[in-house]
Design a protein around this ligand. Sequence first.
Ligand code: MN3
Length: 302
Amino acid sequence: MYLRIDKLQFELPQPKEKNPNGAAAVQELMGGRFGEMSTLMNYTTQSFNFRGKKTLKPYYELISNIAAEELGHIELVAATINALLAGPDPKEQEEPVDPTTSPYSYAQDVRNTHQFIAGGPGSMVQDSRGAPWTGDNVFSSGNLVLDLLHNFFLESGARQQKLRVYEMVDDPVVKALTGYLLVRGGVHQIAYAKALETITGVAVEKMLPIPNIPTQKIPESKKLMDQGIHLKLYRFSPTDYTEMGKIWKGTHPDDGQEVFVTDEIPDGAPTVDGGHDSAAFAPEYDMAEIMEIAQKLHANMK
Ligand code: MN3
C-alpha cells in the first residue's frame, strides 16, 4: 500500500518564462529510457517479483524504498514541465496572433504539440522525442545480482542525462530540479553499488562518479549536499522496512561522510498549479461556470 502526501518532495522555484521547448527537453527525464518512469517502474516491478523477501530482506527493502521515492520524482518532473508550460510570457514576444480567430495558435510551432493538443497543455508520459514510455524499459530478471547491476547502470545513465538537461535548459526551475535529482539519484547509484559489494565483494563504488564530474560542482546540488541530503536514505513507512541500513551504511564516496537511513520524510513544498487556460478549455472554457459547479458540489458535501 502507498500513503499519499499532497506535497512535492522538494521546493521548485518559479520559471523565468514560458518555455515549451525546454518542457519538451525535460520530458526525457520523465519518459525516456533513463527517466524517472523507468527508475520507478524498474524498482517497483523488481520489488513485486522479489524472491526471498524474508531471507534477503535488506535488498528487498532497499529496492522497495527507492521505488517509493521515485514516485515522488515523477511528480517533480511533471511539476517542472508544467511550470515551463504555464510560465510568464517571454519579454520579446513576436507579433501577437489575433486571439479571437486562433486563440491556441501560439502552440503550433512548439517542439511537442502533443503536450498541447492531448495534454491541455501538460506533462506527458513520453520522452523528449514525444515517444511514449513503455514497459519494455523495465528489467526484472529474477536474478538479484543482475537486477542490482542493471539498477546501477540505470542510475548511471540517468545521471548522465540529467547533467545534459541541466546544461541544455537555461531556467531556474530546471536547474533546481536536475540539481535535486542528481543528489538523490546519486544516493540510489551509490546504494546499488554498496548492495552489489555486499554480495560480490567487487568494489563497484570505485567506478563512481559516472560521468566523472563531482556532484559538488553543480551549485544547485552543492546547496543540498551542504544540508546533508546526499547522506540520507528515506524509509517511506512508519512501521516497515527496518533492515536496509545493513546496506546503506559506511561512507559517501564523494566526501567520506557517514551515510544513514532516516525516518524523517522530506519537508516538501506546495504542488504546481498551471491555472486557467481558456484557449485549451482547461479546466473549462468558462472558468466562472466550473467554479459554480464546484461550489454546488462543496455545498452538497456539508
Ligand atoms: Mn529518481
